[in-house]
Design a protein around this ligand. Structure first.
Ligand SMILES: NC(=O)c1ccc[n+]([C@@H]2O[C@H](COP(=O)([O-])OP(=O)(O)OC[C@H]3O[C@@H](n4cnc5c(N)ncnc54)[C@H](OP(=O)(O)O)[C@@H]3O)[C@@H](O)[C@H]2O)c1
Length: 280
């Protein structure tokens, strides 16, 4: 992607490795969803900048690979396999993290899952509970259990999506609902945590294993996982609360001024795409 396209698409990002090093060297930072995509790239950036990185996700072998890359580049990493959709596993991994690292300086809440399906389709009821578990209740329970480790002051960065802020889109109800719900919960709960700074980064489309199955997205401009990692680390170097691409305000404004027209336009696009997919 060209520098201009990146500038147009991306939220503000930390592209200066020295600034990131000044902010995170010697700090202990948990990255959830570190086995793949944006989380793995963020963990590598943080490790290279001198942070001790704690890597959480379900797939231990994939976490070991990322930890190995960080160590090979001279950094420090520790692996914490856990399923955020399982409340007992969340409590167990939080207890291990607190015991091993009594002080955390930052948590990058990045683990997530997406499903693109119409709300009324057969699997949709399960979609909603699965996505709420991975995108909302699991990360929320993990943060609550880790608050004692953040008591000396810390930052929580929520890796969110532009779709959590703009108008509803067809086939994304479970994803948008769970991402928007967690974001609102986090900023509300954060008002009760005087020592913790809460920030959200609203990413546009990023090329990762999550977005790969959606054929319609292959032709669209997208950030790389490395670009996204630079945006995710921005709240660690600047005291921002919300970081989003500049154009998101325009989309939100259109949603406020002409919600029905925007909803109809998104619906028409979705129907066109379904017709094209049916007759490629
Ligand atoms: N890709 C995009 O276009 C895009 C755009 C905006 C925002 N985002 C957000 O960015 C974040 C990262 O997504 P990505 O694109 O990097 O996707 P990805 O490559 O599929 O990575 C998702 C990560 O979440 C972990 N995860 C999933 N379910 C989990 C569970 N039950 N317990 C623990 N960890 C779990 C996965 O690890 P395991 O499978 O090993 O558990 C993996 O490390 C997500 O929150 C997503 O909503 C993505």
């Amino acid at each position: 992607m060209s520098a201009l396209a990146r500038l147009l698409l991306s939220p503000p990002a930390c592209r200066d490795p020295r600034a990131l090093r000044r902010a995170v060297a010697g700090r202990t930072i948990l990255v959830t969803g570190a086995s793949s995509g944006i989380g793995a790239a963020t963990a590598r950036h943080l490790g290279q900048a001198g942070a001790t990185v704690l890597l959480l996700a379900r797939r231990e072998a994939a976490l070991d690979t990322v930890a190995g890359q960080i160590r090979a580049a001279g950094g420090q990493a520790h692996v914490y396999p856990a399923n955020l959709a399982d409340p007992a596993e969340v409590q167990a991994v939080a207890a291990r993290l607190r015991a091993d690292h009594p002080q955390l300086h930052a948590v990058i809440s990045n683990a997530g899952r997406s499903v693109r399906r119409r709300a009324q389709d057969g699997e949709a009821k399960q979609d909603l509970s699965r996505l709420l578990a991975v995108n909302f209740s699991g990360p929320a329970a993990l943060l609550l259990a880790l608050l004692p480790a953040l008591a000396a002051g810390g930052v929580v960065v929520n890796v969110s999506s532009v779709s959590a802020r703009h108008v509803g889109a067809p086939r994304w109800s479970a994803y948008q609902g769970s991402k928007a719900g967690f974001d609102l919960w986090l900023h509300a709960a954060g008002t009760e945590w005087p020592h913790v700074r809460v920030a959200s980064v609203y990413l546009p489309l990023v090329r990762t294993p999550m977005s790969a199955p959606t054929r319609a997205y292959r032709a669209l401009p997208a950030l790389s996982a490395e670009d996204a990692a630079q945006a995710v680390t921005w709240p660690l170097v600047r005291p921002v609360v919300r970081a989003a691409p500049w154009w998101l305000r325009g989309v939100e404004l259109a949603g406020l001024l002409a919600p029905h027209a925007l909803g109809r336009a998104l619906g028409a696009l979705e129907r066109l795409e379904s017709r094209l997919a049916a007759h490629p």
